[in-house]
Design a protein around this ligand. Structure first.
Ligand SMILES: *[C@@H]1O[C@H](CO)[C@@H](O)[C@H](O)[C@H]1NC(C)=O
Ligand SMILES: *[C@@H]1O[C@H](CO)[C@@H](O)[C@H](O)[C@H]1NC(C)=O
Ligand SMILES: *[C@@H]1O[C@H](CO)[C@@H](O)[C@H](O)[C@H]1NC(C)=O
Ligand SMILES: *[C@@H]1O[C@H](CO)[C@@H](O)[C@H](O)[C@H]1NC(C)=O
Length: 483
């Protein structure tokens, strides 16, 4: 170390001493202000230094530029007593400026032009120092966007004649006469692309002769668009005749290429499936696997069935491709209810295909088939077997000649056998009358032998009483003689 270094070290030692006594050392440094020159080694307590704002800064309102030496050897200053000067707000026609912060010295702002204008120059500027004042380093401008003149078209022209075409302006075309159709947008407007260059919103329309062929759809008819001439954007609506289904679009439009779009539809016939089967009826003619809508099939009742009154035996193919028939247009026929003597008939019904069963009462035996079925027979129905009969299981009971009574007669013939249950009726000769029952019947005794029922009819008359009175003295005489 040279003598200079030693000298400087000594000076520093000397400088520390006044601090201890209460003096302040070097005043503070700020970016925005500088202390008065020249600077001294130390400043006595209480010294107030008046700072000056650096270029681009000015004293902040209400703040003091004085920096004071305090008794504890520190400097005291008002914070930020100088602030950056403000640039004046930028004014650019047709633009808007967004400044997020202030416009003070050093601030940066960004320009944006209004819709329809293009910024010429750098889009941002900074508030910079110029001399002792502040100003924007750069001011761009906003130029209006415009389009080239709109294109001319064949067979048509512009309605509005303008010479300049600025952003947002619209132009409209029309065709020279009615022979031409305007295809596309009649009006286009001047707009801008991403590079803010003026362009037209779309291509210019075309003027063309458009004529579509008169549309015909087989098995269909038109609901709208009845004329024969069809030009651009004309529409025709179709409907199919009954029994036909539309395949395609019902509405077609005449397009710029003189074709219908979408293509004309077709009307295709619709079919029902195979003819339906019925338990009770059958077709009169053979029918294929499919039948067009509207087909009518004739059925006839199967044997054992008869046509139901008020119902049709026609089966029709409907437009929803289903077959339609009257329900139960044939009904079962009925056999005559059978009867059996000394027995019972059991049956749910006597209709075609039903079965009846026969049973005999106690003491009788069934002879023949115990059941019968109602089956088709000729044009109608009948039982498949003759009805059986019930035969008595008891031995044959026969009565001999009926008893005779005096002065009476009966209608039984002498010498014949009277079967069980036979009845003979008694009659009196003239002058006599019957007392009690006039008939008897042949019945069985407990050994199944034939006997006539009791009592045998009797005769009681006035005449017999009188004759009895006549012979009374004679009877008396016989009694007396016996004694
Ligand atoms: C010196 O004194 C001032 C005011 O009395 C005080 O604000 C500051 O903190 C002190 N500084 C030191 C280093 O003690
Ligand atoms: C339309 O103009 C064309 C030529 O530009 C012409 O041939 C045609 O006859 C005109 N039609 C009508 C209806 O004026
Ligand atoms: C409809 O028509 C098209 C073309 O003619 C055909 O391919 C298609 O099978 C038809 N559809 C029906 C359901 O018939
Ligand atoms: C006798 O007459 C009665 C009644 O007229 C009749 O029911 C009966 O069968 C007859 N008897 C004979 C054996 O002819």
């Amino acid at each position: 170390p040279g003598p200079g270094t030693a000298m400087r070290w000594l000076c520093a030692m000397l400088l520390m001493l006044p601090g201890a006594w209460g003096d302040c050392e070097q005043p503070p440094r700020f970016v925005f202000a500088e202390p008065p020159q020249p600077l001294r080694e130390s400043y006595a307590v209480g010294t107030a230094l008046r700072y000056t704002c650096r270029p681009g800064y000015t004293v902040a309102g209400g703040k003091s530029p004085l920096v004071t030496c305090l008794p504890n050897s520190t400097w005291m200053a008002t914070p930020d007593f100088c602030i950056g000067k403000s640039c004046s707000p930028p004014v650019i026609m047709n633009s808007k400026v967004d400044y997020m912060t202030n416009l003070q010295f050093g601030a940066t702002i960004t320009y944006a032009c209004n819709n329809g204008y293009r910024l010429v120059g750098k889009p941002s500027a900074q508030c910079v120092l110029k001399g002792n004042e502040v100003t924007w380093d750069h001011v761009p401008y906003c130029a209006p966007i415009s389009c080239l003149p709109p294109p001319m078209i064949k067979n048509g022209q512009l309605i509005n004649e303008n010479t300049d075409f600025t952003f947002g302006m619209a132009v409209t075309y029309r065709c020279n006469n009615n022979s031409f159709s305007l295809i596309g947008d009649a009006t286009i407007h001047c707009t801008a692309n991403d590079n803010l260059q003026g362009i037209w919103s779309g291509p210019a329309p075309e003027c063309k002769v458009v004529a579509c062929k008169n549309p015909e759809v087989e098995n269909g008819r038109r609901l709208s668009g009845f004329g024969t001439e069809h030009t651009y954007k004309n529409t025709v609506t179709f409907e199919c005749n009954p029994g036909h289904l539309l395949n395609g679009s019902s509405v077609v439009t005449c397009e710029a290429d003189s074709n219908w779009k979408p293509p004309l539809p077709t009307c295709d016939p619709i079919y029902c499936g195979p003819a339906p089967h019925f338990l009770f009826a059958e077709l009169t003619t053979a029918v294929g696997d499919r039948s067009p809508v509207g087909t009518k099939l004739r059925y006839q009742c199967k044997p054992g069935y008869a046509a139901a009154s008020g119902k049709s035996s026609l089966v029709i193919c409907l437009s929803d491709t289903t077959w339609s028939a009257d329900p139960d247009f044939c009904i079962r026929q009925q056999c005559t209810p059978p009867t059996i003597e000394n027995g019972d008939v059991t049956a749910d019904s006597f209709l075609f295909e039903s079965v009846v069963t026969f049973t005999c009462h106690r003491g009788y035996e069934l002879k023949g088939s115990s059941s019968a079925k109602c089956v088709a027979s000729g044009n109608g129905v009948d039982w498949d077997t003759a009805p059986p009969y019930c035969e008595s299981q008891l031995p044959r009971v026969l009565c001999k000649d009926p008893p005779t009574i005096d002065n009476g007669m009966h209608n039984g013939t002498k010498g014949t056998e009277f079967v069980y249950g036979s009845v003979v009726v008694y009659k009196c000769k003239d002058g006599f009358t019957l007392a009690g029952a006039a008939s008897i019947h042949c019945k069985a005794d407990h050994q199944y032998r034939g006997v006539w029922s009791e009592p045998t009819p009797e005769l009681k008359t006035e005449a017999s009483y009188l004759s009895l009175v006549g012979i009374f003295p004679l009877l008396l005489a016989i009694l007396v003689m016996n004694v």
